[in-house]
Design a binder for this molecule. Structure first.
Ligand code: NI
Length: 153
């Protein structure tokens, strides 16, 4: 059964580290799947729309993004391409509770990643979904939205 994990808050140093690539062949597949399921449940309970592994204290490149019918699970995600245009959007973070800010995000992104069993795939996201991908991938690089916010609201 999936379990709810503890979400770490700023200024925890794990949020500021560059997370390590996941070498899937070095993981027990069950353990990685369990971790992803725990993160999905943790995100839903929070409630949130995305979660990156550093937020549950693991400095590895794994993110969860809420989506219907199934959340996206991305291993080693990378923004391959993005629109030139950006939108100013409202954002918050489960690791920075009670705070919201305005931030500029690309309108659309093309993301490259691996599935839990190591298969490469790509997806394209626009609008709110693109914002979440940018926010979660920033987490893997030790960046929080508060570093980039134009102002807090
Ligand atoms: Ni966040």
């Amino acid at each position: 059964m999936p379990k709810v994990l503890l979400i770490v808050h700023e200024p925890n140093t794990v949020l500021r580290a560059r997370a390590k690539d996941i070498i899937i062949s070095k993981w027990d597949p069950k353990e990685l799947k369990q971790l992803a399921e725990d993160m999905v449940l943790t995100m839903k309970k929070a409630p949130g729309v995305g979660l990156a592994a550093p937020q549950i204290g693991k400095s590895i490149r794994l993110i969860i993004v809420d989506h219907t019918p199934e959340p996206f699970v991305l291993i080693n995600p990378k923004i391959k391409k993005h629109s030139l245009r950006r939108d100013t959007l409202e954002e918050g973070c489960l690791s920075v509770p009670g705070k919201y800010g305005l931030i500029k995000r690309y309108k659309s992104v093309q993301v490259k990643a691996q599935t839990l069993d190591g298969k490469p795939f790509e997806l394209e996201a626009k609008g709110f979904l693109a914002e979440i991908f940018q926010h979660e991938i920033d987490h893997l690089n030790g960046t929080l939205y508060i570093d980039k916010a134009l102002k807090f609201i």
